[in-house]
Design a protein around this ligand. Structure first.
Ligand SMILES: Cc1cc2nc3c(=O)[nH]c(=O)nc-3n(C[C@H](O)[C@H](O)[C@H](O)COP(=O)(O)OP(=O)(O)OC[C@H]3O[C@@H](n4cnc5c(N)ncnc54)[C@H](O)[C@@H]3O)c2cc1C
Length: 455
């Protein structure tokens, strides 16, 4: 290590906290600069407006968080989080019918978002060299010839020096402007506007609200029905009822309209279960334009000492529950890159870290583009929609996944473990091609009854 070796992280949400854990071994000091007062418990805060909405932590996110913070999944459970077998115990109705349920190792941590953040924050702040500084970052500070970022400026307070600055300030990150202020091009962007709406309320369900062996039910919106809904477990024995909308359908804002909304989802089961629920919190709506990726890794000229992570790089349709998990994968990639580094000021380090995120980002972005570009009126900037062949393959896959356990698990594992290669395995391809050649269609289309697990 050199003489100072400090890392400054902008934003103390999930990506910022995990980046702090990742940078801690390679830094003498890690300072998280966060503009919110951080609550002492699992409470909602202004800087994370999406925190009121349904969140789940997928298996890939847990695995990567465990690398940085061993035992964190047990800590989430001790704090009240529930572990559910995603592919096995969640009943999911899609445009192709009920996806086949099959027991798996892809466990999902179900808990309200503020609880997840609070457990991670408590843990990260036990690291002796990590501290939080309350402050609103207003820009990047550069060296004299502007080749290197050497800190951040704050509103109404002194600059904070750093050898490495990591922007984890979320989807509304101002870093593209900050970098332009230093004389660099802002990163290019890819955007897919599918105008997503969410409404969530925490509820208590009667014991028998869901069939035995079913932990939650989701009816996804799809291009022929822009309204969806879900009832899934969260922490401390509660569930979350959510309305999910696409293409500018207004999310509901009170309990009666939430129930009416989910009644119009493709499967009536969500509405039936939701009507048995007793609300125990506020009904809160949230809207976002869709998915946006900032191409930080493609900058032709970049200053040393600056990296972006988490939603600041890509924030995307949250229907597949992947944002926190992507942040965890990126944080482990950051830790792995820093493990071989003896000086945070090593030339080229920031570009190398940023480039290492690209493959995983492309996997996740590919999932979103493959789904959301099918909506009529979805607006694509700088993105090619999938080819007709790829769309036909995807449709056949999801139909086959209603009745074939191997295919269903492969499809679900792409999301739960970010492993797209599972879908091109010869055994899966053969089955899908046979399905297409034989002109078969889904047999699990009856939306009124959740079928048992597939064999
Ligand atoms: C409706 C919805 C549902 C979602 N569901 C899921 C899900 O089921 N599973 C999942 O994994 N992900 C989900 N996500 C995504 C998830 O919320 C984010 O990916 C995750 O929180 C990581 O975000 P982040 O830490 O990069 O940014 P954020 O959580 O947005 O945090 C940014 C932080 O930076 C701070 N900040 C911003 N600007 C400044 C500044 N200038 N100075 C100092 N501090 C600043 C903010 O106060 C905040 O603390 C969902 C998102 C939405 C919108």
């Amino acid at each position: 290590m050199g003489t100072s070796q400090t890392t400054v992280i902008v934003g103390g949400s999930i990506a910022g906290l995990l980046a702090a854990a990742a940078a801690s071994p390679a830094s003498e000091a890690v300072t998280i600069v966060e503009r919110d007062d951080l609550p002492a418990g699992p409470e909602h805060r202004r800087g994370v407006p999406q925190g009121t909405q349904v969140h789940a932590l997928l298996a890939v996110g847990q695995q990567n968080m465990e690398r940085l913070l061993p035992g964190i999944v047990a800590e989430l459970q001790e704090a009240g989080g529930t572990l559910v077998d995603g592919p096995g115990d969640l009943a999911v109705y899609t445009a192709s019918g009920w996806t086949g349920r099959a027991p798996s190792d892809a466990k999902v941590v179900c808990a309200r978002r503020p609880l997840i953040e609070w457990v991670i924050r408590k843990r990260v702040l036990t690291l002796p060299n990590v501290t939080v500084l309350k402050g609103n970052v207003t820009g990047l500070v550069a060296n004299e010839d502007r080749t290197r970022v050497v800190g951040v400026s704050l509103r109404g307070a002194d600059d904070v020096p750093a050898d490495l600055v990591i922007d984890a300030s979320g989807r509304s990150s101002k870093a593209p402007t900050w970098i332009s202020d230093l004389g660099y091009d802002a990163p290019g962007e890819q955007e897919l506007r599918s105008y997503v709406g969410y409404t969530t309320v925490p509820v208590r369900l009667p014991e028998d609200a869901l069939p035995t062996g079913v932990a939650g039910v989701l009816s996804h919106p799809h291009p022929r029905n822009l309204r969806g809904g879900s009832v899934v477990p969260c922490d401390n024995g509660l569930h979350l009822v959510s309305a999910l909308s696409m293409m500018n359908v207004d999310p509901p804002r009170d309990m009666p309209s939430l129930l009416e909304f989910v009644d119009r989802a493709a499967s009536p089961v969500v509405g039936q279960v939701a009507r048995t629920a007793e609300p125990v919190g506020d009904v809160v709506a949230y809207r976002m334009p869709g998915s946006r990726r900032r191409l930080w890794e493609r900058l032709e000229r970049r200053p040393e000492g600056f990296v972006a992570i988490g939603d600041a790089v890509m924030s995307f349709n949250p229907l597949y529950g992947q944002g926190m998990s992507l942040a965890a994968v990126e944080a482990v990639l950051l830790a792995d890159t820093l493990a071989d580094v003896s000086d945070l000021r090593e030339p080229g380090l920031a570009g190398r870290i940023q480039g290492n995120f690209t493959a995983t980002i492309e996997t996740v972005f590919g999932i979103v583009v493959g789904t959301d570009s099918a909506y009529e009126g979805a607006e694509l900037d700088g993105i090619e929609p999938p080819s007709a062949d790829a769309a036909a393959f995807k449709k056949a896959l999801s139909e086959l996944a209603t009745e074939d356990a191997e295919v269903s698990l492969a499809v679900k594992y792409v999301g739960h473990y970010f492993k797209p290669e599972l879908l091109t395995a010869p055994a899966i391809r053969e089955k899908v091609e046979r399905w297409i050649t034989e002109g078969r269609t889904s047999s699990k289309l009856d939306p009124t009854t959740i079928p048992g697990p597939v064999g």
